[in-house]
Design a protein around this ligand. Structure first.
Ligand code: AMP
Ligand code: GLY
Length: 443
């Protein structure tokens, strides 16, 4: 198949890396120096639907895969489909499940999907009232896209109000969502949809905070792992039944069918499963570990989802291995970052058995690679279990030399040591005695 991947992060590198295992002609736009080793790069503004559709037409692409949310919200998938080319990624209308948290809440309410109680506020007075109604800890979210940085969770009421002020002031029409705090471990589950049918990939866990011990500000994600040995065995089926299928059905009912990845960000709370957020694309860095474990060919799966044939591709196969990824971030991330530092040790890291290094914010310079963004690399380690995968990933990270960079040292640590537990929420099925349930759900 001739495939064009849109985007330039480690998620897109992971997609290209996975597609490269098959006999395909791979193209990417704009891509990055890591992706360039496996695909032909093209200079196109990923937000320009006409330009992306024009490139796909010139290449005679049979499939376009749109990685990030911004092109989806901008209608790039619609533009590609309009020229008659299969596109993996939802329409702009359907991508509103990610593009507007208020819209996502409305769809969840209509579909009966369990989520945090929330108030959509357009004034600071409304915010203050909602903060007091829910009590601490406070959760305040920018309604629109914010690259994972629009959410503040804090017990400090003034800090919560200050974040709302930043989101609302000087932005006519802006809204913030104030919601109840959800306790319990988080799970990311990617559900592929073709508008009608839904197939779940393996669950993963992401580390959103910048510092060890889940301290510091929220980021786009500092690391991830899969599988989740602590997750309730019926979890995937429960998410499909109570979250993904009702949401896909509701989108279809509204005349805006969703085809692409419905990324379900979930909290397993003491009161049961709750949706924290929806995204309309693969998660970064969870994709890096989920695809490292997927044994089913990715190209055929994405093509089936893009063309309404997911029911034919529903039987997925998983490697009996664990994967851990550690993000190497630039000095200053998630604040303003320094670019242009040489990235050394890439070849040495890739020589560690079980390691592959995915590029995110990198640029080519004088025959070498320099940093060019906040999250610079995503180092993936695969091993027989989480402890082995973790040791492998960190051995790779140690070989990378990037001045001033930082990474978390505790990715997958608690899970590898058996210290993560899921609460026995009332709604979580417990069919732990059935080993087949474990395999069929990819856990
Ligand atoms: P979101 O962009 O909505 O995924 O939020 C980013 C992160 O903020 C989530 O992954 C959670 O760690 C945290 N968060 C969001 N909403 C809540 C909530 N209602 N309760 C507790 N933590 C939350
Ligand atoms: N890993 C979080 C995200 O992709 O939004």
């Amino acid at each position: 198949m001739r495939i064009l991947v849109i985007g330039s992060g480690a998620r897109e590198h992971a997609i290209v890396h996975s597609l490269a295992a098959g006999e395909h002609e791979l193209h990417a736009a704009p891509g990055n120096p890591g992706i360039a080793a496996q695909a032909t790069l093209h200079e196109v503004d990923p937000l320009d639907g006409a330009a992306v559709a024009g490139l796909a037409t010139r290449l005679e692409a049979e499939l376009v895969v749109v990685g990030p949310e911004a092109p989806l919200v901008a209608g790039v998938a619609d533009a590609v489909r309009d020229v008659g080319i299969a596109c993996f990624g939802p329409s702009a209308e359907a991508a509103r499940l990610e593009g507007s948290k208020a819209f996502a809440k409305e769809v969840m309410a209509a579909a009966g999907v369990p989520t945090a109680m929330a108030h959509v506020c357009t004034t600071l007075d409304e915010v203050a009232a909602a903060l007091d109604a829910f009590g601490a800890p406070h959760v305040v979210k920018d309604d629109g896209l914010a690259a994972g940085k629009g959410v503040v969770v804090t017990s400090d009421r003034d800090a919560a109000l200050a974040h709302a002020r930043t989101c609302l002031e000087g932005r006519p029409g802006a809204a913030v969502v104030v919601e109840e705090f959800l306790d319990g471990p988080e799970v990311s589950l990617f559900c592929l949809a073709d508008g009608t049918d839904v197939v779940a990939l393996a669950p993963a866990q992401d580390f959103k905070r910048a510092l060890d011990g889940d301290e510091g500000p929220n980021t786009g994600g500092m690391g991830a792992y899969s599988p989740l040995p602590w997750a309730p065995h019926g979890l995937v089926d429960e998410v499909l039944g109570r979250v993904a299928r009702p949401t896909i059905a509701e989108m279809q009912r509204r005349g805006t069918p969703f085809a692409g990845v419905l990324y379900c960000g979930l909290a397993l709370t003491s009161r049961g499963l709750r949706v924290v957020e929806f995204n309309a694309r693969f998660g970064d860095p969870e994709t890096q570990v989920v695809l490292a474990r997927l044994a089913t060919p990715l190209a055929e799966l994405l093509h089936a989802a893009a063309t309404g044939h997911l029911a034919d591709a529903a039987d997925l196969h998983w490697r009996d291995e664990a994967a851990v990824t550690v993000v190497v971030a630039a000095h200053g991330y998630p604040g303003s970052v320094r670019a242009g530092d040489p990235v050394d040790g890439l070849a040495e890291a890739a020589e560690v058995p079980g390691v592959h290094v995915l590029h995110a914010g990198t640029a080519a310079s004088d025959g070498g690679v320099v940093s060019a963004g906040g999250r610079v690399l995503s180092v993936v380690g695969v091993g027989a279990n989480l402890a082995a995968a973790r040791a492998t990933a960190y051995e790779g990270v140690e070989r990378i030399d990037l001045r001033g960079s930082h990474h978390r040292g505790d990715i997958a640590l608690a899970a590898a040591e058996g210290r993560v537990t899921a609460p026995d929420g009332p709604e979580v099925d417990d069919d732990a005695d059935d080993p087949d349930a474990l395999i069929s759900s990819g856990l």
